[in-house]
Structures are given as C-alpha cells and as structure tokens.
Design a protein around this ligand. Structure first.
Ligand code: COS
Length: 382
C-alpha cells in the first residue's frame, strides 16, 4: 500500500497552488460580489493545462487522471469555490460526458479544443420537473431525416450561456422512459438554442447558472453522444466521475476554513489568552481536522479506484455524500470560532459558509447519494 502522491502530482499541486494564490484568491471577493468569474481566470487555467488534466494526451489532455484533477480543483477551491464550480462544470461533467460517451471521432474533434479552453463545455440534464428524478425529463428529440428536432428546457445549468458546447439529454422514445433517453452535443450557435438570465444564487455566485431553451433546434444525427436511447447511462457515468470532483471541491474548502480558523484562534485574545488555548475552541479544531483527514482519505481512495479501472459508482456517491456533509459541519464550526467576524461579508468565512451549501445539492442531493449507496449495498453485501 502506498499513500504518497507521485512527483508529477506534487508538481501539479505546487503549480495549482501558485495559480490559486496569484490568479484567483485576490479576486475571490469581487467574483462573489459581481457574480462573475472573469474569463481571463479560466483562460489562465487553460494556459497551465488544467482544463485537460484528467484526459489522455491523445485528446489534448494532461493524462494526470482523476487524482490530478482532484489535486488541482482542491487548490482552486481553497481560493474560490465559484471558480472551482466553473472549472468543474467544464472539465468534470461537460467535457467528461464527451470523453465517456463520445465516439472516437467526436472525442478527437472536440476534446482538444475543450482541453485548450478554446471551447467551454457544460452538462445539461436537469429540467424544472426533473431534478433528483432525472428521468422525468420532457425535452423531446424527434428524428427527421438525418437530423433531430429538439424542443424543451433545461434548468440550473452550470456554465449556461458561457459554454460553447453542451451535452444535453432528451427523449427519443418517450414510451420507453429511462431507456428512451439520448444524449446530444449541442453548439450554442445552433438556431433555436438560447440561454436564460443568470440565476441569483446564495453561494458560488461567480459561476453562471442559467436555463437553456431549445425551440425547434435542428441537431445533426452525428451529434448523438453515444448510442440512441442509451443516453441515461452517459449521464450516470458522467455524474459518477463528477461526484468525485465535488469531493475535491469540498476538501479544498475545508482545508481553507480550517487554516483560517487556526490563524484566527491564535490571534484572537479573549479571557486574557489566544482563544486557541481554550478547550472549547480546541475541540472544534480537532473535530474539523479529523473530518478533513477523513475527507482526504475517502476522496483520494475513490479517485485512485477511478484511475485504476475499478468500479467506483458507490464510492463516488459515498465520497460526495461524506465530503459535502462534513464540509457543512466544518464551515459551521469555522463561523463559530470566528464569532461575529465570521458572519461579516468582510471576511472570507462568510462566503465559504454560503458557497459550501450547494455541495449537498448539485450533482445529486445527499438523499440521492444515499439511494445509490443503499441500492448497491443491498445488491452486493453477502
Ligand atoms: N453508470 C452506468 N449506468 C448507470 C448508472 C451508473 N452509475 N446508474 C444507473 N445506470 C443505468 C442503469 O444500469 C439502467 O440502465 P439499463 O436500463 O440499461 O438497465 C439505467 O441507468 C437506469 O438506472 P436506474 O434504474 O437506477 O434509474 P432510477 O431512475 O431508478 O435512478 C437515479 C436513477 C435516481 C440514481 C438518478 O436519476 C440520479 O442519479 N438522479 C440524480 C440526478 C442528479 O444527480 N442530478 C444533478 C444534476 S446534474 S449536475
């Protein structure tokens, strides 16, 4: 058993940390206030090769696996969870759907541009009446000659309006329910495609979240992502990987608020001594550090499974469930340790408290993760 990161991964961490410190952290407050991650920040990540980290070199990627992706995203999340969400929407579910579901031709055509940041990607599954029950979608794709005519609406789409290429899901055989859903690649320049206005969110305010509308949108047959009527599997496979990435986002945020809480408790004097000397504070720090350690352990074990071709669907759900719930507990304690200061917009803790909350919701709520885990436990436990 070897729990060390490779030299290459350590170098990646160093590079990602420098990027986060120099290019992201100084802008994190403005990103939150202005509800926008400036494109230059994403472009800089592209320049450094971050957008292609998990993909093979033959598609323009960095070939550093899910482990490499988690290392990079964790460092970015320490600085700004909005930027991590924008990067994750592009890499971990947008481009990932192409990588996992696309034909060789589609991958060769699209992934190099996505890895280089020439084309930004997004993943569009959710609809107003189809959230946790993703198969309840109503978007329809009707075959007409060598094209599909798509009508419908998607909602809460990360990178909506900003992305150039969308992996979308639509019914091609409504009678077949979940086995009648297909995935398509849609370009934002296609006639009949439009994005709604950015949603006003509680947290990760800098990442764009919009509706998408498809009105008689004509999509060529060759834009089918994977096989017809097999699209739901593409969505599920993509979300399995995406959920590991959410774990990395949570771990980065947890490390940051733990670090801020330690610094604060060493400086803040009450009852004649730094509050770090008070047992009430020490216990909170001990619990935060223990949960952060658990997060790291579960996250990198699951990433390692993913990189080594070991089935990881249940473990990805466990990672996402545990890391998001643990982050909520950790960030709550961080506010407590900071006292009134933790409630003020002036300090980053308040932002992390708001940003953290999404992680229990997107890419499957905690309840959906439990459903995925329980089904697998019941099916496989002797
Ligand atoms: N990998 C590959 N295929 C998978 C899969 C996975 N992890 N999970 C399910 N599938 C396949 C199943 O094998 C089945 O395929 P077949 O028809 O070929 O047998 C098909 O998908 C349907 O699966 P299932 O019967 O489990 O579907 P359910 O509707 O019962 O459950 C849940 C699906 C609830 C798990 C799914 O809808 C889900 O994950 N919902 C949450 C969606 C979500 O995360 N949304 C967040 C927004 S997107 S950012």
């Amino acid at each position: 058993m070897d729990f060390t990161f490779s030299e290459e991964h350590e170098m990646l961490r160093e590079l990602a940390r420098k990027y986060a410190d120099k290019e992201v952290r100084p802008h994190a407050e403005d990103i939150d206030k202005n509800a926008d991650v400036p494109r230059e920040i994403i472009d800089k990540a592209a320049e450094l090769g971050f957008l292609g980290i998990p993909f093979p070199e033959e598609y323009g990627g960095g070939d550093m696996g899910e482990t490499g992706y988690c290392i990079m995203l964790g460092e970015v999340s320490r600085a700004c969870m909005s930027t991590a969400a924008a990067l994750g929407g592009h890499i971990s579910i947008g481009a990932m759907a192409v990588y996992l579901g696309g034909t060789e031709e589609q991958k060769k055509k699209l992934l190099p541009d996505m890895c280089a940041g020439e084309k930004l990607a997004a993943f569009a599954l959710t609809e107003p009446q189809a959230g946790s029950d993703a198969a309840a979608m109503r978007t329809m794709a009707v075959k007409k000659g060598d094209r599909y005519i798509i009508n419908g609406q998607k909602t809460f789409i990360t990178n909506g309006g900003v992305a150039d290429v969308y992996s979308i899901f639509a019914l091609t055989n409504p009678e077949a329910g979940i086995r009648g859903i297909s995935a398509f690649l849609v370009d934002k320049t296609m006639a009949g495609f439009s994005a709604g206005k950015p949603e006003e969110k509680m947290g990760i305010r800098g990442s764009h979240t919009t509706d998408l509308f498809f009105e008689d949108m004509e999509v060529p047959e060759e834009n089918l992502l994977g096989e017809v009527n097999r699209g739901f599997r593409v969505a599920m496979k993509t979300l399995d990987v995406g959920r590991i990435g959410i774990g990395a986002q949570c771990l980065g945020a947890a490390r940051e608020v733990l670090s801020l809480s330690v610094q604060h408790s060493k400086q803040r004097v009450q009852f004649g001594k730094p509050i770090a000397k008070l047992q009430a504070i020490q216990w909170m720090l001990a619990e935060m550090a223990t949960e952060t350690y658990n997060m790291e352990s579960i996250l990198y074990r699951t990433a390692w499974m993913c990189d080594n071709g070991i089935p990881f669907s249940r473990e990805a759900a466990m990672t996402k469930l545990y890391c998001s719930e643990a982050l909520d507990r950790i960030v709550d304690k961080a506010v407590q340790i900071h006292g009134g200061m933790g409630y003020m917009r002036e300090y980053p803790i308040e932002r992390f408290y708001r940003d953290a909350r999404i992680t229990r919701l997107y890419e499957g709520t905690s309840e959906i993760q439990k459903l995925v885990i329980a089904r697998d436990v019941i099916a496989r436990t002797d």
